[in-house]
Design a protein around this ligand. Structure first.
Ligand code: G3P
Ligand code: MG
Length: 250
């Protein structure tokens, strides 16, 4: 039900490095993490980049929107300086280079499809096709544990991902589980439910597990809370505190 690693570094390296950068992956590796969650959005010219916010201003300076900027311009932006001077010049990664780095270091990926508003289908389709193309051999061999898991808050993005590459596994991402979570997950052929641990209860966790889905929580930063939800049957979670909660915590 959950063939994947159980503790993931959120946005690459949690809160110890600039999110969604190769430097974050390096930081995660330094703490022994070979499993990450990260966010993918499309540029104006339809190329996947590893970014969380649809607009500039937080992790990259200036004003503007990812979906209105060509990838070549996005790649020139500094995604490290906001975090600390030692990371200045750290670029926005292309999805493909991020995946290549993870593959080369044997890092497992939970790829969050994070469409800019209005680009749900395009983003879901693009990410699913690129992921399938990079994991053809593993998919053909039925090596489920090696293949990344796609997730999204956007059910439209997941539906498009399914249509484009049904064999790449998907997870429904909910802040709070809606009453019809099971119907939605079944309709999308999802293998797992990803949810905010803050809104999870033991009965809900048990309902998800009883229904046969994997159960993943974001973003768990306190060891005590992590132990509690794991006791409820949660299979895996991501954390910002890779210094407090190690990869072998569960
Ligand atoms: O994928 C889990 C988590 O990353 C979802 O929230 O805003 O950190 O992408 P966010
Ligand atoms: Mg995310």
């Amino acid at each position: 039900m959950w063939p994947y690693p159980k503790v993931l570094a959120h946005r690459g390296g949690g809160k110890l490095a600039p999110e969604n950068t190769i430097a974050a992956l390096r930081c995660g590796l330094a703490y022994g993490f070979r499993a990450v969650e990260f966010d993918v959005m499309l540029s104006k010219d339809g190329i996947g980049v590893v970014m969380h916010d649809p607009r500039f201003g937080r992790t990259v300076a200036g004003e503007g929107a990812v979906a209105r900027t060509p990838a070549s311009d996005l790649l020139r932006k500094d995604a490290g300086a906001w975090f600390g001077p030692e990371f200045a010049g750290e670029p926005v990664p292309l999805f493909t280079e991020f995946v290549d780095y993870c593959r080369s270091q044997r890092i497992w990926m939970n790829i969050e499809i994070k469409p800019a508003p209005g680009f749900d289908e395009e983003t879901g389709r693009w990410v699913a096709l690129k992921t399938r193309a990079r994991y053809t051999a593993e998919l053909r061999a039925g090596d489920a544990a090696a293949v990344p898991l796609l997730s999204s808050f956007s059910m439209a993005a997941l539906a498009a991902a399914r249509l484009a590459a049904p064999e790449v596994p998907r997870a429904c991402l909910f802040d709070r589980l809606p009453p019809d979570w099971q119907m939605q997950a079944a309709a999308l052929g999802a293998v797992a439910i990803h949810t905010n641990h803050k809104h999870l209860s033991r009965p809900l966790a048990e309902a998800v597990k009883d229904a046969g889905f994997g159960l993943f929580c974001y973003t768990v930063n306190e060891p005590e809370r992590a132990r509690e939800i794991v006791g409820w049957g949660v299979d895996a979670f991501c954390t910002d505190r890779i210094d407090l909660i190690g990869p072998a915590f569960i």
